[in-house]
Design a protein around this ligand. Structure first.
Ligand SMILES: CC(C)(COP(=O)(O)OP(=O)(O)OC[C@H]1O[C@@H](n2cnc3c(N)ncnc32)[C@H](O)[C@@H]1OP(=O)(O)O)[C@@H](O)C(=O)NCCC(=O)NCCS
Length: 151
């Protein structure tokens, strides 16, 4: 595991997206096995977020996250990613906490955990939502994000 000097971390909210290396961001998605992102579309998607947060270490982005939101009432956290080389060092926790702090005045703050990542969020104080619904965009989502139907 590489050494991480936390004093050198730079948390940057809402940077000019023209200055982001989207090829690097795309490779970070790829490295955590989220392989459906299209490089040409990611910048536009991020430009629709009220809050983006990028974590720089020695001038390289090593973590990022954002909201999918309406700017006032509803916000969902999404695309929370820490470079695998720097996972387990508290970066994910900082990322989620710092984004969440910006959402105090929103009425509904939610997220969909990636399969197997629910405990990460409960360890940060998030509560399992009993009323969430999903319209699965295919059999994988149906399998990974829904409960078995009861008779
Ligand atoms: C999930 C992810 C963001 C966590 O980031 P991280 O920097 O490794 O997590 P942290 O070091 O900040 O961990 C914070 C706490 O969560 C716990 N935790 C981290 N990953 C966990 C997991 N997969 N399952 C359960 N607990 C987990 C840690 O043990 C730690 O607990 P502690 O505070 O009691 O020590 C990171 O693993 C990642 O980017 N994964 C790939 C992309 C992904 O799945 N993102 C989440 C999408 S919803």
């Amino acid at each position: 595991m590489p050494h991480l000097d936390k004093d050198k971390l730079v948390f940057t909210f809402n940077p000019n997206l023209d200055n982001i290396d989207w090829t690097h961001i795309c490779s970070m998605f790829y490295n955590v096995n989220w392989r459906t992102r299209v490089e040409e579309e990611i910048k536009l998607a991020f430009s629709n977020s009220s809050i983006t947060l990028f974590v720089y270490y020695e001038e390289q982005i090593i973590a990022f996250g954002r909201t999918i939101d309406d700017g006032r009432y509803y916000a969902q956290l999404g695309d929370i990613i820490v470079d695998p080389a720097y996972q387990g060092l508290g970066l994910g926790k900082s990322l989620v906490t710092k984004i969440n702090e910006k959402l105090e005045n929103y009425h509904f703050v939610t997220l969909t955990a990636a399969p197997g990542k629910g405990d990460f969020y409960t360890s940060l104080g998030w509560k399992k939502q009993t009323t969430a619904f999903i319209w699965p965009q295919g059999p994988k989502q149906l399998r990974q994000h829904t409960e078995p139907e009861t008779e």
